[in-house]
Design a protein around this ligand. Structure first.
Ligand SMILES: [Zn+2]
Length: 409
């Protein structure tokens, strides 16, 4: 039997391994993280489950198949946190996985694949300003240069890693043997309000949104605020306002994307001077690359229209981009079947935030299940979950595992 009580006890216990009184602060390669891992290992050993830790700190707990040649189905997430974060971000996925392993062990479940739980190192990036360290190392996309990243005590990632793991680092050793992987499943809190508003305990993630970042520079003509007539002005702030409002409306009315203007600078920035130049940022996100491309084109055309209408010059600079990541269609339909089998309504939603699952999706069939997050509160001490939802998530994953068993037997 899957035990909700046991999972809640684990989650509450893990929350005590924190370096701050307010909320949970458990950064990578710290004694708090060590204590959390030791707790997980103790739970595993009580069920005679083998554990291993690799040189980047990823912790694996294994329920082996009788077939030693079998592939591995991974279930995981992370146990690090942000500073003064919550109790459930990441840890939820690891504890649901642990409970599934305990259940498998207690019921002597026969599986045609190894079932393995993984707690990936440093998903949040809160210590070294570089995140998803463990899952990227596992996927083979972590870069050796990142080991030089330092924390706020000037301790490098490599120094912290060496002290914590006592292992020499060979990234090729950490990288997954892709041929041995059957797939990856992760449960994570939604950190938004979509599921709560739909009154659903869990939802299936279609993918992680991609993003485009821009810097838009508008040059007009400075002038005296008192003596320059309104119809003779080339005011970049007015052009910028029109630009923002038109783009906002296009996205709001004709797209599923989201757009944010988070930074604005005005030069020279005097109360009595018509500005000469403005610069603002655009953060644009969508689950479809075709839509990001369409809006990219729209931004460039809009710039030309605004130039003509307001007598300014506009420089559109793309700063960064990340392609959307789709979760595996096969895993999505397995999760759907498991939900329908339990009479849970199926809802699919994109994720606006990154998760370890996006890196696993590069190397195997990855599925991500979101759990309702009350008020969408996350990365805060008052982050919470509805306990019964945790059992729903574990049930859905168990049925998914059983369906995969039938498929691969
Ligand atoms: Zn997380």
């Amino acid at each position: 039997m899957l035990s909700l009580e046991r999972m809640i006890e684990d989650l509450n216990q893990l929350a005590t391994y924190t370096s701050t009184v307010s909320g949970v602060t458990r950064l990578s390669f710290t004694k708090e993280e060590r204590a959390a891992k030791d707790y997980l290992k103790k739970q595993a050993q009580a069920h005679e489950l083998d554990t291993t830790e690799d040189a980047i700190g990823n912790l694996f707990i294994r329920y082996p198949s009788e077939n030693t040649e079998a592939k591995t189905l991974l279930i995981g997430s992370h146990i690090d946190s942000v500073v003064s974060g919550g109790e459930y971000d990441g840890t939820l996925g690891v504890i649901v996985g642990l409970e599934l392993l305990r259940h498998a062990s207690e019921t002597h479940l026969t599986l045609p694949f190894h079932l393995e739980v993984v707690a990936f190192t440093d998903e949040e990036g809160a210590r070294f300003k570089t995140g998803m360290i463990g899952s990227r190392a596992f996927a083979g996309t972590f870069h050796e240069e990142e080991l030089a990243s330092i924390d706020n005590q000037s301790i490098s990632l490599e120094e912290a890693r060496t002290a914590a793991t006592n292992q020499p680092l060979d990234l090729t050793e950490i990288k997954a043997d892709v041929d041995q992987l059957l797939g990856y499943l992760e449960v994570h809190i939604e950190q938004g309000k979509v599921l709560e508003q739909l009154d659903l305990p869990v939802g299936i993630v279609s993918g992680i949104v991609g993003l485009n970042w821009y810097d838009i520079e508008i040059t007009g003509e400075a002038g005296h605020a008192g003596v320059t007539p309104m119809d003779e002005r080339k005011d970049p702030v007015i052009a910028q306002s029109a630009f923002m409002l038109q783009l906002h409306n296009e996205v709001k009315n004709n797209s599923q994307a989201v757009v944010t203007f988070g930074q604005i600078q005005v030069e020279p920035g005097s109360i009595n001077v018509i500005p000469s130049k403005t610069t603002f940022s655009i953060d644009l996100r969508d689950i479809e690359q075709t839509e990001l491309d369409r809006l990219d084109q729209h931004i460039r055309e809009l710039a030309k229209d605004i130039e003509a209408d307001y007598g300014v010059t506009i420089n559109v600079k793309k700063l960064d981009e990340a392609k959307p990541v789709k979760m595996s269609g096969a895993m999505i339909s397995q999760l759907e079947t498991a939900m329908k089998g339990n009479d849970y309504p199926v809802h699919t939603l994109p994720s606006g935030a990154g998760h370890d699952a996006m890196h696993l999706a590069e190397i195997t069939q990855a599925g991500l299940l979101f759990l309702r997050t009350p008020n969408g509160v996350s990365h805060r001490p008052d982050e919470t979950v509805i306990p019964e939802d945790v059992l729903v998530a574990a049930d859905v994953l168990l049925d998914t595992i059983l369906a995969l068993r039938n498929k691969h037997e």
